[in-house]
Design a protein around this ligand. Structure first.
Ligand code: FAD
Length: 377
């Protein structure tokens, strides 16, 4: 054997695991079927702007160990996520807070806002039977109609009345004038982009790109004692119980020869008539400045379209309903019996993971492996 670990997937999970193993004196080999490292957090420099190729990524965490860890590989800027909503040309603050309520109703204090919301909630009697009723019961009809309905229907490709209420068991509402989206203690974006951070994690690790593990298993498996697989678990088992479901997204990216398109990193389009869900203006993740601190004279935006996923498409968001979760458990049983392979990451565990959770989970797995535990997930 030439390697201790063959790591399938050079995304954040694979990179952190590889880094930990290398630091412990093991020999990891990391491969990816894409022609780049970073997985979905991949960023690419274009005209001095780090383009978030697979969607806007804002690092945020409450875990000081994870924060210390990632900052070993990159400086982080002080970006705070403050998205806006555009409903038929009118802008509203997100997440729902006093600025939103002021824009919606002209109210100036929490008491006035609370009383409007509770009056609107009162239209619903009994437990919510679907997402529409759930949303109205949490924030009232105005916010539901203007800021939730169209966006959610585009995201899921179904009417809110046909969606289960559990999808929005909770809607964050603040009664202060605070537009910051995440409550996390630490947040920011790696200076120079995520790809550079991942590159530094993989310093000294052998990387092979453009290789699909599943079609080259017989030649790859003999290279290492153990495999860490971060691809889709159902694909690994050739969809033998059927395919797990995802939502997929598509991006349309455009360069404009103007310094500013929308003045904000992310704007959600919450009406049903605009076909995309969000517009990302990448330069604002770095405050409009290039690596030398100069104003960038042009701008690049990505329109994000949500769509149904089919086998062969890029899977983005797992749909963790009862049907898919029990299907996942069947695959998980098979996985537990595969002694030479360990499954991890968002696709291997069929779980929506934020980046900080991925870092935590990869470090935990590395520790288990180094301790000789080797249990899966
Ligand atoms: P991935 O990044 O998907 O890496 C898996 C890799 O495995 C891929 O590169 C893939 O090509 C490779 N692979 C799969 N199968 C094979 C195979 N058979 N052979 C070889 N290679 C294979 N998190 C946050 O904390 N903040 C955010 O703002 C945020 N925004 C997000 C926005 C979007 C649109 C999405 C979808 C996710 C967002 N996330 C965010 C979550 C974040 O993207 C994930 O936590 C993280 O990327 C998961 O890393 P991973 O290594 O598990 O998976």
């Amino acid at each position: 054997m030439m390697f201790d670990y063959l790591i399938v997937g050079a995304g954040l999970f694979g990179a952190v695991f590889a880094q930990q193993m290398k630091a412990a004196g093991k020999a990891p080999l990391i491969i990816d079927r894409r022609n780049h490292i970073g997985g979905n957090i991949f960023t690419e420099d274009c005209e001095g702007i780090d383009i978030h190729k697979y969607g806007a990524h804002i690092f945020h965490t409450d875990n000081s160990d994870v924060w210390e860890y990632v900052r070993r590989f990159s400086e982080f800027n002080s970006f705070i996520h403050r998205p806006l909503a555009n409903f038929r040309g009118t802008l509203f603050a997100l997440p729902f807070n006093m600025n939103t309520f002021q824009q919606m109703w002209g109210v100036k204090n929490a008491e006035e806002a609370k009383s409007i919301i509770s009056r609107q909630r009162a239209e619903l009697k009994g437990p919510a039977r679907n997402l529409e009723e759930q949303a109205i019961s949490l924030v009232g009809r105005d916010i539901y109609e203007k800021l939730i309905k169209g966006y959610t229907e585009k995201q899921w490709g179904r009417a809110c009345r046909e969606l289960p209420s559990f999808i929005i068991s909770r809607i964050p509402v603040r009664f202060s004038f605070d537009n910051s989206y995440f409550d996390a203690k630490y947040q920011g974006i790696p200076v120079g982009g995520y790809t550079k951070m991942v590159q530094r994690m993989l310093d000294g690790v052998e990387i092979r790109l453009g290789i699909d593990y599943l079609s080259n298993r017989s030649s790859l498996d003999p290279l290492a004692t153990k495999v860490v697989y971060t691809g889709a678990i159902d694909e690994y088992f050739d969809y033998c119980f059927g395919a797990l479901q995802y939502r997929s997204v598509r991006f349309e990216t455009e360069l404009f020869d103007i310094p500013d398109f929308q003045g904000n990193a992310v704007i959600n389009y919450t009406d049903i008539d605009t076909p995309y869900t969000r517009v990302i203006e990448h330069k604002w993740f770095q405050f409009g400045k290039d690596a030398r601190g100069q104003d960038i004279p042009l701008t690049i935006i990505s329109r994000e379209y949500s769509r149904e996923w089919a086998v062969g498409d890029e899977p983005y968001y797992p749909i963790n309903n009862d049907k898919n979760n029990s299907l996942y458990l069947k695959y998980r049983k098979l996985a537990d019996n595969s002694k030479k392979v360990v499954f991890g990451g968002r696709l291997g565990e069929y779980k929506y993971y934020d980046m900080d959770q991925v870092v935590e989970s990869a470090i935990r797995l590395a520790k288990q492996e180094l301790a000789g535990g080797g249990s899966t997930i």
